[in-house]
Design a protein around this ligand. Structure first.
Ligand SMILES: Cc1cc2nc3c(=O)[nH]c(=O)nc-3n(C[C@H](O)[C@H](O)[C@H](O)COP(=O)(O)OP(=O)(O)OC[C@H]3O[C@@H](n4cnc5c(N)ncnc54)[C@H](O)[C@@H]3O)c2cc1C
Length: 431
């Protein structure tokens, strides 16, 4: 059923494209804009954890996604201090969920696949080279001023989704702060042609070491792998690029031949917007929250934002419910980031880079015990679905919020409803 309502989505990253596609499927008119001239294809996320696999299935995208890259089951952790290795296998929960596997392909590949399907739906368009500049909210619509090669224009929409990444213009325009901090270290993302699978690596691996830590994962079926590692922020980008071969030698077998395909560096953050909704404007993906990528919490959370928004905003567009569901969206997604994604990603980063030998030993023992304890392992494997939103409940402010407050401690939960949290204080915005 077509509602005829118009949604403007800013950003063609995974959060924007998946939101746009889901809403168009449910009958909305959707315009996507991006200041770039095509989907960004630099090395970024390429591991689709089980909750993302489930989300793709919900949108009817899973069959196509399975053709785009390999499926895997294993996650392997190398403890450089002892040389021990622990392995988690998602097949251990195959009786609990059909989504007991991981997919591998670049997020740009997903974006392009979904974009093609989106543009085949009626009432959809994408405007490349179009930058959002300003927003004016009215009672019944939102007016977005955009600029392109021909000048400035105004696009009128019923709702606007800001999926414009960690430096979001939308977030700034609605006056939300981006509370938290930026890590001092710089991350390098390299794509290389080398088959780590033939050298004892699983398709997803973490190498735990204070200096030579790394995340090594298969990207696709073409023999491409990602090696991500830390670099000194004091170095210039050219110096970091000049060191790539020297750094990669830490994880490659001796004398291995490989081909470097892409490399770029980036800074990582732990931040959340102070609010994910202002009137007719909603934030999703990195525009709403940013995290370091170890453990894949950022991309994975952004996809969950998108599928939640598709469900709830479509109901509003189709006149099935009041816009209170969008306040719930803003509350629930922010809670999940602050309570689950953010601390999990910080802990993943700590364990990967831990310098204290005693703590490293404890981390290793904990992981190896987990691997041996089937019941605990099953709980750990299913915990990724904790990033999914709970269903909307009428009266959630009176029923759900107090329960959340009790669980999390009153100060922290109060801050989930709005304002600055105890874990993410307001600091300078991302430059
Ligand atoms: C180098 C790098 C490597 C990464 N590696 C990993 C990884 O290995 N694993 C992982 O889980 N995550 C990784 N991430 C994070 C992951 O890529 C992000 O979480 C994900 O891209 C967020 O998707 P998004 O749709 O919210 O925003 P983005 O993908 O950032 O997309 C935002 C879009 O908005 C557009 N835009 C911005 N401002 C405007 C404006 N004013 N007007 C119009 N358009 C605008 C941009 O051009 C862009 O296309 C990485 C990120 C980077 C930068």
């Amino acid at each position: 059923m077509s509602s005829g309502k118009h949604v403007l989505v800013v950003g063609t990253g995974p959060a924007g494209i998946v939101s746009a596609y889901g809403l168009a499927l449910k009958g909305a008119r959707v315009t996507l804009i991006d200041r770039e001239t095509q989907v960004i294809d630099s090395p970024r996320a390429m591991v689709y954890l089980p909750s993302t696999v489930k989300a793709l299935d919900k949108l009817g995208l899973l069959d196509e996604a399975r053709k785009l890259g390999p499926e895997s089951y294993d996650y392997q952790c190398y403890f450089a201090q002892s040389g021990n290795v622990g392995r988690m296998d998602h097949r251990l929960v195959q009786d609990l969920t059909p989504y007991h596997f991981i997919l591998h392909f670049g997020q740009d590949v997903l974006a392009n696949m979904v974009l093609e399907r989106l543009l085949a739906l009626p009432g959809t368009e994408v405007k490349w080279g179009t930058t959002l500049e300003a927003i004016e909210q009215r009672d019944d619509q939102v007016l977005a001023t955009v600029s392109d090669a021909t000048g400035q224009h105004v696009i009128a929409a019923d709702w606007l989704i800001g999926a414009d990444g960690a430096r979001s213009t939308v977030r700034k325009l609605i006056g939300a702060t981006f509370d938290g901090f930026t890590w001092p270290d710089t991350f390098m993302a390299t794509n290389i042609e080398f088959d780590f699978g033939k050298h004892g690596f699983a398709d997803s691996n973490m190498v735990s070491d204070p200096v030579n830590w790394a995340v090594i994962a298969r990207i696709d079926n073409s023999g491409l792998w990602r090696v991500a590692y830390g670099e000194d922020s004091e170095l210039t980008e050219q110096e970091r690029l000049d060191r790539v071969d020297q750094r990669l030698r830490h994880w490659l077998p001796e004398g291995a031949e490989y081909r470097l395909v892409r490399a770029n560096s980036y800074r990582v953050h732990q931040r959340s917007a102070s609010s994910y909704r202002a009137g007719r404007v909603l934030l999703a993906g990195d525009a709403a929250h940013a995290t370091n990528p170890i453990g894949g919490m950022g991309f994975t959370s952004g996809i969950q934002d998108a599928v939640t928004l598709v469900d709830l905003l479509a109901k509003v567009l189709n006149g099935e419910t009041s816009d209170d569901v969008l306040d719930w969206y803003a509350y629930e997604r922010r809670r999940i980031f602050l309570e689950i994604a953010n601390p999990t990603a910080i802990e993943f980063k700590r364990r990967t880079q831990e310098a204290d030998p005693q703590k490293r030993l404890e981390d290793e023992q904990n992981f190896l015990h987990l691997v041996e304890d089937t019941d605990t392992m099953r709980v750990a494997l299913m915990s990724i679905f904790g990033l999914e939103s709970r269903p909307y409940q009428v009266g959630w402010r009176e029923s759900v919020v107090p329960e959340d407050q009790q669980r999390s401690g009153s100060d922290k939960a109060k801050s989930l409803v709005g304002g600055t949290t105890s874990t993410l204080r307001h600091t300078e915005e991302i430059e």
